[in-house]
Design a protein around this ligand. Structure first.
Ligand code: AMP
Length: 405
């Protein structure tokens, strides 16, 4: 039986377009190596969104994936419900709980007017990067993956060959409008659909119905990085270094595309099936209640001095956040945290009041100190982060396999 891991690995190998990313080009980073012979697949991806995990010939597909599904498109208004592992497709996407339909009865309202037009989002009509047409009927539904502020996320599989595993995220239009983020969401979706980097969660396509927007996201098999951090308290230097290596490469790519993330923090990072880091949140997905940084106090921890002081900011805000992230990975809490008072956190950030526990190596301290500079222009450029001894020391020839690095 084909495992999710093996299929996801094959998909990952095809995932990226043929162009070199700005940051990866100068450094030999096997983790992010592009597959040289996939140019035709690249075209397919761009045109039809769902990449073919077995591009060369159908004969190469595992037999389990060659059989046409007998689960014909549902004649109901809903996507087909999947029960456990389908032996014809080989991959267990889990059991669907009917949550989308139950939720849709109770939640959200139809929207009208200008805002409705703003949210009539469909990647098949995208000028820059049109995909094929998708609807909820296009998927077999699997297990719930989580709940976000605007709706649920499910593991799904495309009904059409090649059966492709995705995370389908729902966003309720009326709630987006209530939060007055319709323009932001539209912009962020359009931005993310054009991003291609192994450490940036891919958005393959999107579509909508009367009440909801659906995002077809890359499935992050190992879930939330924040959960791992909570489970272990902190990460080893080796594991932290490898994550920061991937973050620096992804941020370098984003900045090369003039995308500033502005909200780097563990809660916005997911893990792929091989434990590789994926920047997942581009602004539309405010996390559900229970998240520790929903409070004003919590959200402060990653803000740089220029934002705390209400000054103009640039892509260098992400350099600062990378320094905070490095510290939090190794220590388990961010460097300027002060649980007693928000003002104290503000003050500590503005003063760059940085203290290192003795457990942190000198090399790691050096990197953090160079990133957490008050003056944005003095912060270590990402190209230098990728060459920093603490990063180079732990860089592996392969991918991070699991949480045990
Ligand atoms: P969000 O709305 O992005 O906060 O998503 C809610 C939860 O769904 C997250 O906390 C994850 O546990 C899960 N989730 C979201 N996107 C994905 C994905 N692409 N792959 C796997 N799990 C996901």
């Amino acid at each position: 039986m084909t495992s999710v891991a093996s299929v996801t690995r094959q998909i990952a190998a095809l995932d990226i377009n043929g162009k070199k990313t700005a940051s990866s080009s100068s450094i030999n980073r096997p983790t992010h190596a592009k597959h040289p012979s996939q140019s035709n697949v690249t075209k397919l991806l761009t045109k039809f969104a769902a990449p073919n995990p077995f591009p060369n010939s159908t004969a190469k597909q595992p037999s389990a994936l060659r059989h046409p599904t007998t689960a014909a498109a549902s004649s109901s208004h809903h996507a087909t419900t999947s029960t456990k592992s389908d032996p014809r497709s080989g991959i267990d996407i889990g059991t669907y709980d009917g949550g989308l339909e139950i939720e849709n009865e109770k939640r959200g309202e139809k929207v009208y007017g200008e805002a409705a037009e703003e949210l009539a989002l469909d990647s098949s009509t995208s000028k820059k990067c049109p995909t094929r047409e998708w609807t909820l009927h296009s998927f077999d539904m699997g297990r719930p993956l989580g709940k976000g502020k605007f709706g649920r996320v499910y593991m799904v599989r495309t009904k059409a060959e090649p059966k492709y595993i995705l995370a389908l995220k729902t966003l309720y239009k009326s709630e987006i409008i209530q939060s007055r983020v319709e323009k932001q969401i539209r912009r962020e979706i359009e931005i993310q659909q054009n991003l291609r980097h192994p450490n940036v969660l891919r958005l393959y396509g999107y579509f909508h119905d009367e009440k909801r927007i659906f995002l077809m996201l890359e499935f992050a098999g190992k879930g939330e990085l924040y959960r791992q951090l909570s489970k272990y308290g902190c990460f080893s230097e080796k594991r932290s270094s490898r994550y920061i290596d991937q973050m620096a490469d992804a941020l370098s790519y984003l900045h090369g595309k003039h995308v500033i993330h502005r909200d780097i923090k563990p809660e916005n990072l997911l893990l792929g099936i091989n434990g590789e880091l994926k920047i997942a949140d581009f602004g539309w997905s405010v996390h559900a209640p229970g998240n520790r940084r929903m409070t004003l106090c919590g959200t402060l921890d990653y803000l740089p001095p220029e934002m705390v002081e209400g000054k103009e900011h640039s892509e260098k805000v992400d350099y600062w956040a990378l320094g905070v992230l490095t510290y939090e990975f190794m220590i388990g809490s961010p460097p300027f945290e002060d649980r007693s008072s928000v003002n104290n956190t503000y003050r500590r950030i503005a003063k760059v009041d940085l203290k290192f526990p003795s457990s942190m190596s000198l090399e790691a301290r050096d990197l953090v100190t160079r990133l957490l500079r008050y003056d944005p222009e003095q912060r270590l450029p990402l190209s230098e982060v990728l060459r920093h001894p603490w990063i180079v020391k732990y860089r592996s020839k392969g991918v991070i396999r699991d949480g045990s690095v």
